[in-house]
Design a protein around this ligand. Structure first.
Ligand code: XMP
Ligand code: MG
Length: 180
């Protein structure tokens, strides 16, 4: 059943699942031979459904941790990242697989990547469910994205509007009447 505040569905639950299967093949191939278990780090909160499905398909030993940041878009410099929830794990010399819901301007992910570089992670593989390249400001590409989407504000499967809609099993575009 489609929520009546959704204008159109961009990605159905089945399409998302198929996309995550391919993503799992990519990380399984890349990390199957790892001697030290890679650390998968979810960027809260939007990563949760994606990460949940993805780790169930991972075929190597891994560890899990989370980070949450408040990002200040617009005129602010990239140093202006506030860590809301920090990792519990020391990432020094670890292979890190960073899991995001969406890359838009790329400010947020740039800031997070800087944190991991400063803490001397051995490698960082950046994986995102959605890529919205039309709004990119920083020249930054994910190592892997499941889907490219047009310039819509999307919700569902972890993505929110004012903290709502994260629970939808599909990804959709909100009706204009709902937020204007
Ligand atoms: P930047 O611009 O820093 O954005 O790459 C990343 C963060 O912005 C949020 N974002 C969205 N959230 N629907 C959402 O629900 C969208 O279409 C959307 N575009 C960007 C999101 O929190 C992401 O981590
Ligand atoms: Mg996010």
């Amino acid at each position: 059943m489609i929520d009546n505040r959704i204008d159109k569905v961009l990605l159905t639950a089945d399409e998302i699942e198929a996309g995550i299967n391919k993503c799992a093949q990519y990380i399984n191939k890349k990390f199957k031979q790892s001697k030290i278990p890679p650390l998968m780090v979810g960027v809260l909160k939007g990563c949760i459904p994606f990460l949940g499905r993805l780790i169930s398909k991972v075929e190597f030993d891994m560890e899990l941790d989370f980070i949450a940041v408040a990002s200040y878009h617009g005129t602010e410099s990239t140093q202006n990242v506030k860590i809301v929830t920090d990792l519990a794990t020391d990432v020094k010399n670890r292979d890190v697989i960073l899991i995001e819901d969406i890359v838009d301007t790329a400010f947020t992910i740039h800031q997070i990547l800087e944190i991991f570089k400063n803490r001397q992670a051995k490698s960082i593989t950046f994986v995102t469910l959605l890529d919205k390249p039309s709004r990119r400001i920083l020249n930054l590409k994910p190592d892997y994205f499941c889907f490219t989407i047009p310039n819509y504000f999307v919700v569902g499967f972890g993505l929110d509007y004012n903290q709502k809609f994260r629970n939808l099993p599909y990804i959709g575009v909100l009706k204009k009447s709902y937020y204007s």
